[in-house]
Ligand binder design. Structure first.
Ligand code: SAM
Length: 429
């Protein structure tokens, strides 16, 4: 496989490509490297490749012409530059799957940027794929290119010796890799797990699968979404997951004070669907609790009667699942009562976070998730036309509305609650 690297610093690659398995692979011709320096395609005395950005701002920009001529010369000399990758923070994230794709190619060209990056017209002139190696900014594309070259080359047949080495590794089967151990048997009082010394290959494989599943669940639940899972895998994950989700998140459906059409603060009646649906959602996501707040006595009595019916009354026999879900509900008069109850249950005063269909909010879901790692949070959902302004003012944060970019975002509160709770505690998080 041929890599053609467009770089202002070809010497950067010397040591990285000249040692270990990479050196062997290039000695044997399995991979080969050609370096093209855009300075060779300049016409001025100083071999200038950069210039100031139009519109002002810091730094310099790599000019289109030297790069275009470099790419043109690669096309002319080899006739097949292969896929042209441009290392860039804005690019498609580089993954093991992409490394596998690239390892099938005969040749790949990689452009390394410097300064503030490239004149944007280059991408209009050539079929170029911007590729990023992560959400951070390096000085230049050379370090990024090395990552792409190394991850790709080691998947070229013959590179690693054992052809299955790449199969068992992290990301290959949609999971992170299981832990490894080598001698000594006991190090600093820590022993190697017995199963690995048993010689029982079936048990070892099962143990490794279990470890890989657990490690992936804890470190990268997002990749688990795409992993092929057996029913046994699911059982392992479910057991491991039991304590992970939701415990610090509480929600409250507020019926007073909320605003009506005329923007007046009012109290409104309970809606049976909201009681059931948000209750089932709260139970599904393992929330610490779901409070329904109304100061109106007859509404509270109605709620108590409804809960009694499903949790301990005749509804239990008819539909035990419903009773299990609705157990999570507590009726309270005011938001403060819910706060007091959570403080007693957890020993910590919860932060108050409001939800609203209007405005831009001042707290992201990521911020909220971070708070949840340390303390309880009571998430407030308003009925009628939303939480009253005095409630919003007292909150520690307001979440950005669901579909904040759309003109129409009038969701029922139970739909909004389901979407928001999933964004906070979804399977991939
Ligand atoms: C200082 S960076 C330019 C950053 C650019 N101004 C921006 O904010 O996106 C210089 C060069 O380093 C490379 N680079 C930096 N970070 C990278 C990353 N995360 N992935 C791939 N290439 C990167 C690119 O080739 C880039 O043109």
């Amino acid at each position: 496989m041929q890599f053609t690297i467009v770089t202002l610093f070809p010497e950067f690659f010397d040591s990285a490509l000249g040692c270990g398995l990479m050196a062997k692979a290039s000695e044997s011709g399995l991979v080969s490297f050609a370096f093209k320096n855009p300075r060779e395609h300049t016409t001025d005395r100083h071999h200038t490749v950069d210039d100031r950005p139009y519109g002002g701002g810091p730094g310099m920009v790599m000019m289109a012409d030297p790069l275009a001529k470099t790419l043109g010369s690669i096309q002319a000399s080899s006739g097949k530059p292969g896929r042209i990758l441009m290392m860039a923070p804005k690019g498609r994230p580089f993954t093991q799957a992409m490394a596998r794709e690239l390892a099938q190619e005969e040749s790949v060209t990689i452009i390394c940027g410097r300064y503030e990056g490239f004149d944007a017209r280059l991408e209009e002139l050539f079929s170029i794929e911007p590729v990023s190696i992560g959400d951070y900014v390096l000085n230049g594309g050379e370090t990024a290119a090395l990552s792409v070259i190394e991850a790709t080359s080691r998947l070229v047949p013959g590179y690693m010796g054992h052809e299955d080495s790449g199969e068992e590794e992290s990301f290959s089967a949609g999971l992170l890799e299981y832990p490894h151990y080598t001698r000594p048997d006991v190090y600093e009082g820590l022993a190697v797990p017995d199963v690995l010394k048993s010689g029982d290959h079936k048990r070892i494989a099962e143990w490794r699968r279990e470890q890989a599943l657990k490690i992936t669940l804890h470190s990268r639940p997002d990749i688990l979404q795409e992993a092929p899972l057996s029913s046994n895998d699911l059982e392992i994950l479910k057991k491991e997951d039991r304590n992970r989700v939701g415990r610090n998140l509480f929600c409250a459906l507020v019926h007073y004070p909320v605003v009506n059409k005329e923007k007046k603060s009012v109290a409104v009646s309970l809606t049976n669907l909201d009681i059931h649906d948000i209750g089932r959602c709260s139970c599904t996501y393992g929330l610490g609790g779901y409070y329904i707040s109304t100061p109106i006595e007859d509404q509270r009595r109605m709620l108590d009667e409804l809960l009694r019916h499903w949790v301990t009354g005749p509804g239990t026999a008819a539909n035990p699942d419903r009773g299990e879900a609705l157990q999570i509900i507590r009726g309270v008069g005011y938001i403060e009562d819910a706060v007091r109850d959570i403080s007693e249950r957890t020993g910590q005063k919860p932060l108050l976070v409001a939800t609203s269909a209007k405005g831009a909010g001042n707290m992201s879901v990521a911020d909220l998730r971070q708070l949840l790692a340390e303390r309880p949070v009571l998430l407030l959902f308003g009925t009628a036309h939303g939480l009253a302004p005095q409630v919003l003012e007292e909150c520690d944060g307001i979440l950005r509305p669901v579909r904040y970019l759309d003109g129409y975002n009038h969701l029922s509160v139970r739909t909004a609650a389901a979407i928001i709770i999933d964004r906070i505690l979804g399977d991939a998080l």
